[in-house]
Design a protein around this ligand. Sequence first.
Ligand code: GLU
Length: 428
Amino acid sequence: MAEKGFNPYAMAQAQFDRVAELLALDEGARELLRQPLREYHFSIPVRMDDGTVRVFRGFRCQHNDARGPSKGGIRFHPQETVDTVRALSMWMTWKCACVDIPLGGGKGGVICDPHNLSMKEQEQICRGYVRQLWKNVGPVNDVPAPDVMTSAQHMLWMLDEFEALGGGHYPGFITGKPVGMGGSLGRTEATGFGVVFTLREALKDLDVRPEDTTASLQGFGNVAQYAMRLYTQLGGAVIAVSTWDNKAQAARTFRKRDGISLDELLAITDRFGEVNVDKAADQGYEILDGDDWLVQDVDILLPAALENQITAENVKSISKRVNIVAEGANGPTTPEADKVLHERGVFVIPDFLANAGGVTCSYFEQVQSNMNYFWTRDEVLGKLDLKMTDAFIAVSELARKRKLFMRDAAYVIAINRVAQACKDRGWC
Ligand code: GLU
């Protein structure tokens, strides 16, 4: 979803180059790790409901699989670009390494807008995607998952197609499946809860009680909704939520200064996380500009929508009160904005640590699918909390010891692990 002038792949490479320099990585390792190992670009022809054929473009990038099969979601978005998918596949490699799960990094995307597609058309896209790719993905090669605008239903269609082509049952091919069809309890909550597990630990580091904090959220999809659930359970108050309004083709911020009730807001939200503006106005929300989530006078900002949201242009408008940015989205902060946050002493919980709960739970799902033995929700979320907390502590201890920004500390840990795996295999 690259906007003019913003290239997420260039951003991911710039972040990598900075840390490669810090680690004095040798040339071969740098070249290997600053681009995907493999990528696939293909067309997906679909017979639409009106009888015409439309051709959708699809991508899958496998950035690195030295530590295990490539792992990462498949996004459906009208502005998807191959560079975005490349960047996201790279961030998946660092994400899996940062939480120390035995998986590599991959990402996929299809240029399409599910808002304007029937379920039958979406099913055809899912099946067509797998038909193009099935020989190059699978439980031991590359394991997809849900992402922006894809759900458990999409994953099940993809699994069904893969199993039909492969002639067997391969539940480990894909994660984020529906519970009862090989999915894991807790997977839906995992990314949002994981963000809050790391946020809780960051608050401990700063000696602040969650109940003394307020937050502003960008996005109200799966990640933001579950992050809000756990954060408010810990006692925090969300006072603003920004969501996309497809009808107006613009974002809006919904504010209640005394705190928003999650269930009340969910009752007026559709399956894409879009809040009904008229109903919100009736229920007493202040309706502000989409970008206004960023300028709220709160302690915590939680971007949980898309990349490239906190930029050189808008970072200066962030309130002085903000002392934590917890990145639920992938790549929400540009390097220029990051520098400003660093200088201001804002505690940033970087994306590939903060939002690693999703893929960590995907790993648990694979383990359960492969054993055909399923855990309780409490077991899953308990293991998730342990994994996320351990990863957070390792990053924050390194940041303190080496006086590094949190993002750099997380990168040092992740890149070291991946570079070591490549070296041990004799790749570089
Ligand atoms: N799409 C999620 C992410 O960006 C989850 C990926 C997965 O479960 O493989 O981390």
